[in-house]
Design a protein around this ligand. Structure first.
Ligand code: PLP
Length: 365
């Protein structure tokens, strides 16, 4: 199974259910398109529409980071932001650390760019093990560290403040870049953690995010704030993409400005919490012994099954039953986590979904 085939969609999600917030978003974008006059004949500025960047800066301010509009560049999603960050900081052959388990999209990028990878263990509750990272710095000449401090996938872990501060101190001491993947940051229903930028006093954090996980994957709208590498990053965006779609950016900026996004997000967070609880309740009825994380944000939880369960085999058996899961091995380069899997609670609960989950243990033999 390839990493690009991985997604976890149990049956029962209804693609036809469109939340009210998304209807409102679509209206804002349609209005922005209708307002467009001669713009269609021109490219937007490479860093993106200032009104959208202003709205992103306002949201950043709620998370401990007084971002300037000029510090932000719009991208076509967090994956592109991560790509631009790695391109700006690294040369082929450089060594980059990632969390294990961690997002497989980063592993694909590192492979594509010819970068060497060192995996740092991450706790399912508190994320990156900064002590292990410090030890790695004694042995390797590390160029960059890719980290998801808030609701990391696949576990939903969040790093405590002292670990974040320690990480930045290490980055300063060893002269390296921290590439923050903050795509799940705003999904938290108990707290919305500050970004790493809040403790970054030497501009070493490259902040990457998007609207894919909290609003729409299909918008293809993300952003990057490149710290001391920002000018290079904007140049790289210009040479690789020229510009982003102006009417989509303006429509989204209006949706933010008129309060539509904040209202939508409030409802969505409650929905995620409910769906997480429903998933945990159902897992509580399984007779197999499991360890499940219980994140307070993000879209998925991490399940540790008995040692003998091979979740790649489980994946294939489940697929025959029309159930798609994400095996743990995809979240590392080293074949670890073969008895683990990521389960999504991003989709509304349905009977088909619940039945599929009830069937999973019988496929583990
Ligand atoms: C942790 C993480 N980072 C980045 C991405 C890529 O996001 P985007 O759709 O904004 O490119 C994903 C998508 O699955 C993700 O889970």
């Amino acid at each position: 199974m390839s990493r690009s085939a991985a997604f976890d969609l149990l049956p029962g999600s209804d693609k036809n259910d469109v939340p009210a917030g998304i209807v409102q978003l679509n209206r804002s974008i349609s209005r922005a398109l209708r307002r467009q006059r001669g713009d269609f004949q021109y490219y937007d500025e490479p860093a993106g529409d200032p009104s959208l960047r202003q709205q992103i800066a306002l949201r950043a301010a709620k998370r401990g980071w007084q971002a300037e509009v000029d510090e932000l560049c719009i991208t076509s999603g967090c994956q592109q932001s991560l790509f631009l960050a790695l391109m700006a900081v690294c040369q082929q052959g450089d060594v980059v650390t990632v969390e294990a388990p961690g997002f497989y999209g980063v592993l694909q990028l590192l492979e594509q760019l010819g970068l060497q990878v060192v995996e740092i263990p991450a706790s399912a509750e508190t994320g990156l093990d900064v002590g292990a990272f410090e030890q790695t710095l004694q042995r390797w000449d590390i160029k960059a560290c890719v980290v998801s401090p808030s609701f990391a996938t696949p576990t939903g872990a969040s790093m405590p403040l002292h670990a974040r501060v320690h990480l930045i101190e290490l980055a300063e001491r060893h002269d390296l870049a921290i590439i923050e993947d903050d795509i799940y940051g705003e999904s938290g229903w108990l707290v919305v953690p500050d970004t790493l930028k809040a403790v970054d006093h030497s501009n070493r954090v490259i902040h990457c995010s998007s609207l894919s996980k909290v609003l729409s994957r299909d918008l293809r709208l993300g952003w990057i704030s490149g710290g001391r590498w920002h000018d290079d990053i904007v140049r790289l965006k210009l040479t690789s993409q020229l510009a982003s779609s102006r009417f989509i950016q303006r429509g989204v900026a209006d949706f933010f400005a008129d309060g539509g996004y904040a209202a939508y997000l409030r409802r969505y967070r409650q929905q995620l919490q409910r769906q997480r609880d429903q998933l945990l309740d159902l897992l509580g009825t399984w007779s197999v012994p499991i360890r499940a994380t219980s994140p307070a944000g993000g879209l998925a939880l991490w399940l540790e099954l008995p040692e003998h369960v091979d979740t790649i085999k489980l994946y294939n058996r489940a697929l025959d039953e029309g159930i798609v899961i994400t095996p743990g091995e995809l979240f590392s380069m080293s074949g670890k986590f073969s008895n683990c899997l990521r389960l999504s609670f991003a989709h509304p609960w349905t009977r088909a979904r619940a039945e599929a989950l009830m069937r999973l243990p019988s496929l583990m033999a």
